[in-house]
Design a protein around this ligand. Structure first.
Ligand code: NIG
Ligand code: FE
Length: 437
């Protein structure tokens, strides 16, 4: 592994091309090791560990995309600006395909209860957990909600994420869910990274279950889709949430309105959510902590990406999802932080990848594919999660020349530098940290 001896990271100098020569906006040089999945699309089986490695590379950026990439010695063009990355490793910007980062209030009392032995599901059943976050979110002002959510988003970005999915789901009523989706749109508009909005039908209304379900099908889904507030629909299939039959009705309504489908399934009970996801050809099915051989077989027959959330296993003490067995069976596996205030207070996309080595028994290359191109496939995106001509110039610069630092370290080593659309993102972009006076 050769670390090219370039100057300090971020050293910039303008270099004008010779008169008349085509010039790119920006050239990233000093890349000791450029590591990327081969190209777009979910990778399964042996492809889940295939990485292209290029030493001493440069990346040319034009209009937020990569216009050329290759060995420094083969670059013949000119650039308006050159940025020397200082002989370090570059990988695609991470894609976090499952977060609930729009919430207000914290669940520290639930934490104390769980540590004292009360199960997460019992807390939910007695009106706490997700339901207490719904109450706190409803009580918060929009500014407070957005400020807290921006801060969380900037934490994920600081860990290397350049595409982040954000779900609604702490609203409940039609109006509150639409407001949550509007807030997510506002978050996206002020963020340097790409936000993908998902309408999540999270937990049923205990009193008016049938009426609320009809409202979701007939009002919420059509409205969210027509206004372009969400591109995906997610349903939580679980004993304490929705049955397979209820989820199917909702998901079919979502499909009718052009939404991509995804499910929370097999978190506590394998009640058929995985089978439903594969039957409906959902883009992804997420959680899978209690999935067994039957679910793995079902997934291996389909095209649905299995998205693992190691933060949940760590936080709730659930069995880790069977990552090793899924990959060995040929299922495309993705990873996400699942950032939320209850089951996964994990503020780092990179740490989800690092944890997957220890909990889900992924190998480093598999974890990188899972956190980039397979996560993009889970979101139906083909221009992110890999580095090559025409991909978005979304990338992370690691502090070392060997990319494996990303998954060996837990919560570091940092700091990383992140480029979105070819532009360096400030560490605290968009985050206004409230200060005490
Ligand atoms: O992905 N399982 C359901 N939903 C979230 C939890 C959200 C919460 O606890 O607030 C999850 O684990
Ligand atoms: Fe979730």
């Amino acid at each position: 592994m050769s670390a090219a001896g370039h100057g300090g990271a971020g050293a910039r100098r303008a270099r004008r091309g010779s008169a008349g020569a085509p010039s790119v906006e920006r050239l990233l040089t000093g890349i000791a090791q450029l590591v990327t999945p081969a190209g777009p699309g979910a990778k399964r089986g042996a492809q889940q560990s295939e990485l292209h490695v290029l030493e001493d590379a440069v990346i040319a950026v034009q209009d937020a995309k990569i216009s050329w990439l290759g060995p420094a010695s083969a670059w013949r063009g000119t650039a308006i600006e050159e940025v020397d990355l200082g002989g370090r490793a570059v990988v695609p910007g991470l894609v976090d395909p499952h977060t609930h980062l729009l919430w207000a209030g914290e669940r520290y009392d639930d934490l104390e209860d769980r540590l004292a032995g009360v199960p997460y599901q019992r807390i939910l059943a007695r009106g706490g957990g997700i339901r207490s976050t719904m109450r706190a979110t409803a009580a918060a002002g929009r500014d407070e909600l957005l400020r807290a959510s921006r801060r969380r988003l900037s934490d994920l970005v600081a860990s290397g994420a350049t595409t982040v999915e954000v779900k609604s789901g702490y609203g409940g009523s039609v109006e509150a869910e639409l407001e949550a989706l509007e807030a997510i749109a506002e978050l996206g508009a002020s963020s340097p990274v790409r936000i993908v909005a998902t309408l999540l039908v999270h937990v049923p209304d205990p009193e008016e279950r049938a009426t609320r379900l009809r409202e979701v099908r007939e009002l919420l889904i059509p409205e969210a889709a027509a206004r372009g507030l969400a591109s995906r629909l997610d349903v939580f299939v679980e004993r304490e949430a929705f049955s397979v039959a209820e989820a199917e009705q909702l998901l079919l309504a979502g499909r009718e309105h052009g939404l991509d489908l995804t499910l929370h399934a097999d978190q506590f009970n394998a009640i058929g959510g995985v089978e439903l996801a594969v039957r409906l050809r959902a883009r992804s099915v997420d959680h899978l902590e209690v999935s067994g051989v039957e679910q793995i077989d079902t997934l291996a027959q389909g095209d649905t990406v299995a998205t693992l959330l190691p933060g949940v296993s760590l936080e709730l003490g659930l069995p880790p999802a069977p990552g090793r067995a899924l990959i060995d069976a040929g299922v495309p596996v993705a990873l996400a932080s699942d950032l939320n205030p209850g089951s996964s207070p994990l503020y780092s996309t990179a740490l989800a990848m690092a944890l997957s080595l220890r909990l889900n028994r992924l190998r480093p290359a598999e974890a990188l594919v899972a956190g980039t191109v397979n996560a993009a496939a889970a979101l139906g995106l083909d221009d992110v999660g890999w580095l090559g001509v025409d991909a978005r110039a979304d990338l992370m610069v690691l502090p070392e020349a060997d990319w494996r630092a990303l998954v060996h370290g837990m919560g570091g080593p940092g700091p990383v530098e992140v480029y979105a659309g070819g532009v360096r993102v400030d560490r605290d972009a968009g985050a206004e940290t409230p200060r005490r006076s």
